[in-house]
Design a binder for this molecule. Structure first.
Ligand code: XMP
Length: 508
């Protein structure tokens, strides 16, 4: 498969670039910027290199750089923002550390609308986010566009196929920005469109057979779409040598174990159900810190998987980790750790089994497409996402069986009230969060002092960003009334109206 690589200089839109490229049907991968030319060019599937943006100035002592030799390769290169400045800096141009930058929409004047700017239009609004500017062209390059502040807002070196744009074509605010990326990926790099679910599935099945050989393996099956797809995929590759383990942690959704049995028993899967409620509640006793909860849960999962692997003589553990899990767990050198997603950062470092994560490079919507490709039932493919640590990260403060019961019941009410509405199809997740504070209420003519429940309903495409759902008050009121009527321990319901960022979807 032809591939575009994105060298990550730490820019906040770096992963958006790979998204956009994949949307054209071309494989894209974000990799650390300090990779050597030798290692990079050893991968013959690479047809183009994009240098991402970044927050630094090329003159800063420890600013991220890349192997200059890459610029001498015959592979086309496109620098975006910091990448644009870095190319200019390394190829004999000049970058000026700006006193004032350009932030937001700027008008771009196009001088030469061919190649990288072909079919982009005459004058366009583009999204700028920078302080430094390129003031002298890099060697053998011509300026192809400018703004009032950036005289060299885009340049092209036709012979070497090296291009730079100061603005961000990957951000949706840039009018027709996709066109620029498409010009680069399809017309300049000549990538063939091969990133389709069918080919992705075939490749992954082949890769799995190669990685695993004749070994037996176990997979942690949670009932979510990721682990179900991973199980179906690996099942196709190695058949009965795969043992699917569902751990009932006591922190699962309502009737989850029943659902798992019903859905997977008939799927001809070697399924093991482990009841471990007691172990999880004991280990979590008195623990309030979100990161500590995740680590404890991750370790317990690992212990259980290890015990089973010893019994079954399996050497691999498969997890349904996807791309966004890894990014938020601090995957790349420059990405900061938001939380230790239990299936990434939560597992202990000295895991005694080999780990295999076939979906680690896919975004959520790509996993859902793969689920359809693999013929998984609709109950799985359209299922709401549920976090690996389960309801533990939806209870602020200590976790007790009583508090789990409250948050589970409230979550069930929210789902029941939304399921039949027109909003359901757009919802990424809808759930309840139980807080640790109490507030005063009046119920049955008496003072009450009880916990509030937060209702969280979000819409998202790939988990990286999200918006709270604009659900009508009448539905929210119904949810609120049912929660306070049906759950004795709750006297107040609030709706979370925060997007991601600045919040995350889950509360912990
Ligand atoms: P956040 O809260 O980070 O969540 O905005 C993004 C998506 O990831 C899910 N999530 C997890 N999934 N293990 C998982 O498998 C985890 O530790 C974890 N934490 C969050 C979350 O439910 C949401 O869909």
């Amino acid at each position: 498969m032809d591939k575009i690589v994105i060298l990550d200089f730490g820019g906040q839109y770096c992963h958006l670039i790979s998204r956009r490229v994949r949307d054209f049907g071309v494989r894209a991968e974000v990799i650390p910027s300090n990779i050597s030319e030798k290692l990079l060019l050893a991968d013959k599937s690479i047809k183009g290199i994009i240098l991402s943006g970044g927050a630094r100035s090329v003159y800063e002592k420890d600013a991220p750089k890349f192997d200059k030799e890459i610029l001498k390769s015959s592979i086309p290169i496109l620098g975006i923002c910091y990448g644009h400045q870095l190319i200019a800096h390394l190829m004999g141009g000049k970058v000026l550390s700006g006193k004032s930058g350009e932030y937001g929409l700027m008008n771009l004047n196009i001088k030469n609308g061919t190649e990288i700017l072909a079919r982009f239009g005459k004058s366009k609004n583009v999204w700028m986010n920078h302080r430094d500017i390129v003031v002298k062209l890099p060697k053998s390059s011509v300026c192809v566009a400018s703004t009032e502040h950036s005289k060299i807002a885009a340049f092209a070196n036709k012979k070497q196929k090296i291009f730079g744009v100061q603005f961000h074509p990957e951000v949706s605010h840039t009018e027709n920005g996709d066109r620029i990326l498409k010009n680069f990926v399809i017309d300049i790099c000549k990538c063939k469109k091969s990133w389709t679910s069918t080919l992705v599935a075939q490749n992954l099945i082949r890769e799995t057979r190669k990685v695993i050989g004749n070994d037996k393996m176990i997979i942690g099956l949670s009932g979510g779409v990721d682990s179900s797809v991973a199980a179906a995929l690996v099942g196709r590759a190695i058949g009965k040598k795969l043992i699917a383990v569902y751990v009932d942690t006591g922190l699962m959704r309502d009737s989850e174990t029943k659902f798992i049995k019903k859905t997977f028993r008939r799927k001809n899967l070697n399924l093991k159900i482990v009841k471990a409620e007691g172990r999880f509640f004991n280990a979590l006793k008195g623990i309030s810190s979100p990161e500590q909860k995740r680590k404890i849960i991750g370790k317990l999962f690992a212990d259980i998987f290890y015990e089973i692997s010893k019994k079954e003589r399996a050497s691999f553990l498969i997890q349904g980790t996807i791309y966004s899990d890894r990014i938020e767990s601090g995957l790349t050198k420059h990405s900061s750790k938001i939380k230790s997603h239990h299936n990434v950062g939560g597992l202990p470092k000295n895991l005694k089994m080999k780990l295999y994560e076939p979906l680690k490079d896919l975004y959520k919507d790509e996993v859902r497409k793969l689920a359809l490709e693999l013929g998984l039932p609709k109950e799985i493919t359209v299922r709401q996402v549920f976090p690996g640590p389960g309801l533990a990260v939806r209870i602020i403060g200590e976790i007790t069986p009583e508090r789990v019961k409250i948050v589970r019941q409230a979550g069930k009410i929210i789902e029941e009230e939304l399921r039949e509405t027109e909003f359901w199809k757009n919802i990424w997740m809808s759930f309840a969060v139980l807080l640790s504070v109490k507030s005063v209420g009046i119920q049955g003519d008496e003072r009450s002092y009880k916990y509030p429940v937060v209702v969280r309903i979000v819409e998202s495409r790939d988990a990286m960003t999200a918006n709270f759902s604009k659900i009508p008050f009448s539905i929210l009121e119904k949810i609120s009334t049912r929660i306070t009527n049906e759950i004795r321990e709750v006297n107040r319901v609030v709706y979370d109206i925060t997007n991601k960022p600045p919040a995350t979807m889950e509360w912990e």
